[in-house]
Ligand binder design. Sequence first.
Ligand SMILES: [Zn+2]
Length: 402
Amino acid sequence: MLTLTGQLLVPDSAESLRLTPGVIFVEGGRIARIQQGTIHPKPDFGGEDCIISPGFVDTHLHLPQFDSIGVDGLELLDWLNTAIFPAEMRWADTDYAAEMSRRVALELLSFGTTGIAAYATSHHAAAQAAINTCAELGLAGHIGQVLMDQHAPAGLLVPASAALGQASTLKPKGRIAPAVTPRFAVSCSETLLKGAGTLAARSGWLVQTHLSETRRECDLVQQLHPGIGSYTDIYDACGLLTPRTIFGHGIWLSDQERALLARKGGVIAHCPTANRFLDAGSMPRAKAVSAGVATCFGSDVGAGPDRSMVRVARAAIDAAKQVGAAVPNAAGLWWQITSGNARTIGLTNTGSLEQARDADLLVIRPTTRWQNSPDPLSTLLYSWDDRWLRATLACGVVAYTA
Ligand SMILES: [Zn+2]
């Protein structure tokens, strides 16, 4: 039994968190009991000056891109060719992929991320190695073999039938499941997209892809897939627009596309730090939300330079201000990067300080006197410092300590 104590970041009203003093008892990897209203005098972790948060969940990131952060000044398609595809080619070496997955998983845990929806590369053995390694280090979530059969270097392309055959044999491990991961409609033929749709229906796995990130990408998609309709229509026509589909970005969508996403239940992973880095445009998240489209947040490393989901949440405020939308409130943003993101990627056993959930927990010791702020959760969000994170528990196991 482990005891953690401090100000607990617990569920408040719908889609919002609040702080309250309390104790969390962890046993068998789960939250065995929560006692609110008191601080434990001799805890294993925490104290009166600490905050206990659910682990953060990142719904869109690329494991092989962590060493490529910051290759600046390029439009998306040029950036992929110059910086990203060469980095992904290195995953042809499965040992290299396993070693990098290990480094990345440990880094994520050191930033407080315990849940992920992540892309590997088009190499089958590397994708399986990434699933195994991330699971062994305690992460929960989904990792996919990237499906791509056109418009990229030959070393990354796998013909549709071979790619689908390989991807369908991926095995889950621990708390990581495989995901159906067509990269985007630029690098996938219609045959591959349709096959991915069939695999998604058959396996029930999460689907992840990119949608409408830059104008140049949108134009190219129309050229490559003529006569089907909008960018979103293409995914829908191929069986890839489902309530279990996470679409990275969704910046340049029409009202009709947002209505279609809302009707079919597709989720947009808003990646504000990546959008700013690639100068892709300003994502009108409020428009998506008011159209009824579910949204979640992603770091999109390596386009996104920030590994921290707190920084991604703060960038979402900047993005909202940029498009003149209402400023999202901090209590809702803390909910989004924990419970909200967990729910959108189907991680129902984590993301919240509730009895019987997996003990994915963060021990945070802030150095600011946030207690006297009129809006403590906003003060914590804006003054966030990764050095505050003292420990990360993944499924009840200490996965990181400062
Ligand atoms: Zn991405």
